[in-house]
Design a protein around this ligand. Structure first.
Ligand SMILES: [Zn+2]
Ligand SMILES: [Zn+2]
Length: 91
């Protein structure tokens, strides 16, 4: 069975790219250039996601309270840029 393709997003910098999800603090860190940590994972359907140090230290319940407003959709190119800024290598 082939994996279902990850939905694409159009990024002003990177063009058509697979979508990824990160917490707002990682998006903020990309704006400020101050790394906030990058804890990545990849879901079964191949979608990458990542949270900052602070979000990673929360319990699942605490994290859930923050809700959808805490999560941003970004393109895979931006995601890789954020990982590189935090000196994280993706596998
Ligand atoms: Zn965060
Ligand atoms: Zn991008």
């Amino acid at each position: 069975m082939a994996e279902a393709p990850v939905p694409l997003v159009t990024c002003g910098t990177h063009g058509r790219q697979p979508q990824t999800f990160v917490c707002v603090h990682i998006v903020e860190a990309m704006r400020t250039g101050e790394p906030t940590g990058f804890w990545w994972s990849r879901s079964e359907d191949g979608v990458w996601d990542a949270v900052c140090n602070e979000c990673n230290s929360l319990s699942q319940a605490e994290f859930d309270v923050l809700g959808a407003g805490n999560i941003k959709l970004i393109c895979l190119g931006c995601y890789e840029d954020a990982a590189a800024m935090n000196e994280i290598e993706l596998e």
